[in-house]
Design a protein around this ligand. Structure first.
Ligand code: PMP
Length: 282
């Protein structure tokens, strides 16, 4: 198993982190995770744009441009002979004696990337999942894809302990998103999802599903909605790089709709799967 370490390729065992790396000490860094189908990176441009935005928001300069990063990620796929799976990569502000403020001298940021091989359709839940509704205790810049994920980790763990696949989070009764995914609801044929502001991560899958909805003629409203609206929705689903479109059939004790995946969720998942198949054979 080969990993990417800055501009080099190493065996996994050689990928070591400095104890004073700011990513390790403060979560001072950013990341991306994307899916590989048939040896190719899916929705690559959108992921790279989001990475550049995250870097700008944290005033973190990338070690090299995204074109070169894409070349390296391609090489990582080939070196590992991976056809299907995930690539995860992150960039921290680098290692230096611990101080909260940014270092005065220029230090090198640290980029690491690794792969996880899976099957083509791994992590999909076409039959639907149960989730829990939990408080969103995260900070107010959820739009940046940073390494600081404790609010997500704690909620995801609590959901797991409740026998749920994930949590849908809310701030004072306003639904934001999942711990690893975006949340959508359907009411009277209208697809509703939280606007892409600083309360949510603008998921690449969210963007793609909104495009699919437009193409399918499904009306969309990007607006906030309450937990009460969520619990009385006709359909609810989650979107993420891993799950694509995951219908939610139960939230805690409450069944959603008839407790089976709804028609709009199914249409979007089918359309998504069709796009993946097209991408594979292109
Ligand atoms: N929200 C959060 C909090 C996430 O961690 C993720 C997954 N990275 C998403 C949404 C979905 O983003 P994407 O569709 O880009 O995987």
């Amino acid at each position: 198993n080969t990993i990417l370490y800055n501009d080099s390729f190493l065996a996994r065992e050689q990928g070591k982190v400095d104890m004073e790396d700011r990513g390790y000490q403060f979560g001072d860094g950013i990341y991306e995770a994307l899916r590989v189908y048939n040896g190719k990176m899916f929705l690559l441009d959108l992921h790279m744009k989001r990475l550049e935005r995250s870097a700008r928001e944290l005033r973190l300069s990338l070690p090299y441009d995204t074109d070169h990063l894409v070349e390296n990620l391609d090489k990582l796929i080939r070196d590992n002979q991976m056809d299907y799976g995930y690539i995860y990569f992150q960039i921290t502000r680098g290692a230096i004696a611990r101080k909260h403020r940014f270092p005065l001298e220029k230090i090198d940021c640290v980029l690491t990337g690794s792969i996880e091989a899976t099957t083509k359709d791994e992590d999909l839940y076409p039959d639907g999942i149960k989730v829990s509704l939990l408080d969103d205790i995260r900070w107010l810049r959820c739009d940046i894809k940073t390494l600081n994920l404790l609010g997500n980790v704690l909620a995801n763990q609590e959901a797991f302990e409740k026998g749920s696949a994930d949590a849908i989070l809310h701030r004072d009764g306003v639904v934001t998103e999942g711990t690893t995914c975006n949340a959508f609801m359907v009411k009277d044929g209208i697809l509703i999802t939280h606007p892409a502001d600083h309360f949510i991560l603008n998921g690449i899958t969210r963007i793609f599903v909104l495009q699919l909805a437009e193409r399918l003629g499904i009306p969309v409203e990007e607006r906030t909605y309450t937990t009460d609206e969520l619990l009385h929705a006709d359909e609810v689903f989650l979107t993420s790089t891993g799950e694509r479109v995951a219908p939610v059939i139960q939230i805690d004790e409450q069944l959603i709709g008839n407790g089976v995946p709804g028609p709009i969720s199914k249409r979007l998942l089918d359309a998504f799967n069709g796009e993946v198949e097209r991408f594979i054979s292109d």
